[in-house]
Design a binder for this molecule. Structure first.
Ligand code: ADP
Length: 190
């Protein structure tokens, strides 16, 4: 099973991904978490990514696609599949994923979109910035990330809608309520 958890920055993908990965025994791959770990280590990839992340821009597709493919092609055999969180974020990334999976006889089952309005997203990320000091959770960078989402990431929705693999969930409400809605979409796949 391969599920994509999709949505704007601040929509709660990370929170929900942890719950979904646990419930369905999926390997959780968060490109944002991997990048933050690499930046912490000052690795080659971390250093290459840092200025983009800090400015609220996307890390270039070639870097991200190589990073992601290395992860998905090296899956934990005890897991029942993969939960992608923060990838794909551009149509090129979606196409690369599709091509790579086709080679290995794998396919994406579903993209679930967490829908949250603009002001709520800003409020959530400002709060997270205060609580965690995340370098990209400042007002200016948050606005830039939302603009990048509109320009470069929204087209990924259309891509999966055309493949009939798109479903959405209201991302405002109790964590458990949202999780139950996501779960009911996944349960229909079985
Ligand atoms: P959020 O969804 O709240 O923006 P993430 O942790 O998913 O948080 O991502 C943080 C940053 O990492 C993004 O703003 C971007 O710079 C980079 N990043 C994460 N995933 C990708 C991706 N698939 N392609 C390009 N850049 C990415």
């Amino acid at each position: 099973m391969v599920i994509i958890l999709f949505g704007p920055p601040g929509s709660g993908k990370g929170t929900q991904s942890i719950l979904v990965a646990e419930k369905y025994n999926l390997m959780h791959i968060s490109t944002g978490d991997v990048l933050r770990a690499e930046m912490e280590l000052d690795s080659e990839l971390g250093l290459a990514a840092k200025s983009y992340v800090q400015q609220g821009k996307l890390v270039p597709d070639d870097l991200i696609i190589n990073m992601l493919m290395a992860l998905v092609n090296n899956l934990d055999k005890n897991k029942k599949g993969v939960l992608l969180d923060g990838f794909p974020r551009t149509v090129s990334q979606a196409e690369a994923l599709e091509q790579n999976f086709a080679q290995f006889g794998k396919k994406i089952d579903l993209l679930i979109d967490l829908e949250v309005g603009y002001q709520e997203l800003i409020d959530r990320m400002l709060l997270r910035g205060e609580q965690t000091g995340r370098i990209d959770d400042t007002l200016e960078t948050i606005k830039k990330r939302l603009q990048v989402y509109t320009d470069q990431t929204i087209p990924v929705k259309t891509y999966y809608q055309q493949l009939n693999k798109y479903l959405s969930v209201n991302g405002i409400g109790e964590i458990d309520t949202i999780f139950n809605q996501i779960s009911s979409h996944i349960d229909k796949l079985k």
